[in-house]
Design a protein around this ligand. Structure first.
Ligand SMILES: CC(C)(COP(=O)(O)OP(=O)(O)OC[C@H]1O[C@@H](n2cnc3c(N)ncnc32)[C@H](O)[C@@H]1OP(=O)(O)O)[C@@H](O)C(=O)NCCC(=O)NCCS
Length: 194
């Protein structure tokens, strides 16, 4: 992948079952950090067995063309989080939903911004999609910034939309289309992308 002809490091890759222990370790360390932004998870979610089952399930959806689960990679190639396209719809919709998280100790380095950019290029490239949607809690300013930097625009507000942290919570809805003006996330020169 290149930006203005300059190679950009690979920032995501397809998850495999072998990533279960690394993901479980990250989720254990980030339990308190992620809890306000995520659904309540099964009791074994942060264990290698729980993650192996979750990966098995999402990779089955991937095999059917319904999901694209990627690891967010740190600069040394280590797994630093997860980003997933789900609900991939074809036909007249050609749309998917995007969700992601990055380990707290890796935050603020542009990893999520770069990962969203890569998923966008896969979605509009090899997957041939027309639209990506993402919803955030109203006060999730960091996630909204990540989306806006990737050209997502707010298009709606969904009251009591998803049960997050055990409560049905309002969400701000964002989308980006393959026909939107391209956005160069290096314009604001994040250190991790230059
Ligand atoms: C949201 C999240 C993915 C961001 O990951 P990240 O790797 O730190 O993101 P980036 O470094 O690419 O970009 C974060 C941007 O938000 C900005 N930001 C961070 N906290 C902010 C805040 N409280 N208010 C406004 N902007 C904020 C950063 O300055 C940065 O913008 P910049 O690059 O223009 O300076 C990460 O914090 C996370 O996993 N949060 C918990 C789970 C979550 O919210 N997932 C998304 C659900 S919709």
């Amino acid at each position: 992948m290149t930006v203005r002809g300059v190679p950009v490091p690979i920032v995501t890759r397809l998850l495999t079952l072998e990533d279960a222990p690394a993901l479980a370790g990250l989720l254990q360390r980030n339990q308190a950090f992620l809890a306000p932004w995520e659904p309540i998870r099964p009791a074994n979610w942060c264990t290698p067995e729980g993650q192996r089952q979750a990966l098995h399930d999402v990779l089955a959806l991937h095999a059917q063309g319904l999901a694209l689960p990627h690891a967010v990679l740190d600069h040394d190639g280590a797994v630093a989080g997860r980003i997933t396209l789900t609900g991939i719809a074809r036909g007249a919709f050609l749309s998917a939903s995007l969700g992601y998280w990055v380990s707290q100790d890796r935050n603020g380095r542009g990893l999520a911004t770069a990962a969203v950019g890569r998923m966008k290029s896969i979605a509009f490239g090899e997957l041939g999609l027309h639209r990506i949607e993402a919803g955030t809690l109203e006060h999730n300013a960091a996630s909204q910034r990540v989306l806006r930097r990737n050209g997502f625009v707010r298009f709606g507000f969904a009251p009591r939309y998803v049960r997050i942290a055990g409560r049905w919570q309002d969400h701000v809805l964002f989308q980006v289309l393959d026909e939107d003006e391209p956005v160069d996330v290096t314009d604001t020169a994040h250190p991790s992308l230059t």
